[in-house]
Design a protein around this ligand. Sequence first.
Ligand code: SF4
Length: 456
Amino acid sequence: MKTIHRLLNKYSLPGPRYTSYPAAPYFSKRFNEKTWREELETNQNKERGLSLYLHIPFCDTLCYYCGCHMVATRNYARAESYLDLLIKEIDLIAAFISPGRVVRQIHWGGGTPTYLRPDDIRRLSKHITGRFAIAAGAEIGCEVDPRELTEDHIAALKEGGFNRLSLGVQDLDDQVQRSVNRVQPESLVRKVYGWMRKTGFNSINFDLMAGLPHQTVASFSTTLDKIIDMSPDRLAVFNYAHLPDRIKHQKLIQTADLPDFSTRIELQILIHEKLSAAGYADIGLDHFARTGDELFKARQNKTLWRNFQGYTTHKECDIFAFGVSGISQTEEVYAQNLKTLDAYAERIGEGKLATERGLRATLDDKIRRDAIMQIMCGLELDKSDFSKKWQIDFDHYFSDALQELKNLEEDGLVEAPPEKIRVTATGHIFLRNIAMTFDFYLKQAETEKPKFSKTV
Ligand code: SF4
């Protein structure tokens, strides 16, 4: 126990979450609407599937911890206008896609996708189905907020072909909920969860959050017991990142109410112990799944991958994102949309792509991305296979990283026999730190570094 405390203390450093490499703060405005259009015109690799992401930015109220691109409003007319724009953007992008390409994954995120009224969920789903060829068995997922939700929302999602739902829970403790302005009693969570199961959803994820104000080891232990009792298929337990200088509304959270560092460490240990005892396998960063779940199987088969929605079983897909702040990704580029509603509305209204910034990956970016993703997803890297794949001498190319990894090896986070780099059981908690050793951008001058959340 003493050792893990020491390690958590030592490795709690700012760093990317590696939903992309290079990380989003390194995207540039030199990559713009024109660059993304050129990529769309030449991106005709029919072998690669499509993954669609739709961003619905609206929420009824503001959760004080929120780090998403969202707009709190009770004025539903704003969502109706947005929906028209989203449909226009879908048509704009769909025109570039060659007919043979098939959609293997769709995800609606936010904000709160279920802010949309059930009939608008039906309208948007129908529009997507009309514009793209959707593969049989495609994964179609949606983030769901239990507050303000009706049974008709769940019915509309089912009719729209959704087969995966992710329920925002965070914590079931009343005091914690009130302190972050997200009150949703356990009875409400159970009721909504019951609707989902009754409607036939058999892949349900719960999002939880550790490190929120007033959380204690005892209170979060009680929350975990209740969650385990409900038995979701997957769990994502994120660490709250308190960055009030960057995210202004987080100032509404009193720093004095946040759990201290030692409690945060205890919470990490508690989460891993409780979930593992309840039969959830640690998939990688913050994610847990039952051993029968596809995410777990993908990790075992080395087909797990990571993208802006977290872990995915669809590595061989290009992502096309729609809506404010959405990030598209092909093998060659990342392209992020404008982040404000007004700017997005103006651009789409003019019939133009809504790109604000992005990045074209260099060969070095691709090589390092592969190394980072193998660590984050497969938890090991075979140097010889890697060298062959990229036509490099691994030890020479990554001599800096290997030097840094020696320290991590001494601390028991990785094993590094000559032919492999393997994450140890202890290293699971420090995946971001291990991946950071391969990150070229972090080695740049201190003044150019963006602010990242802490790794643990
Ligand atoms: S519901 Fe989600 S997106 Fe909306 S404010 Fe809360 S955390 Fe942010």
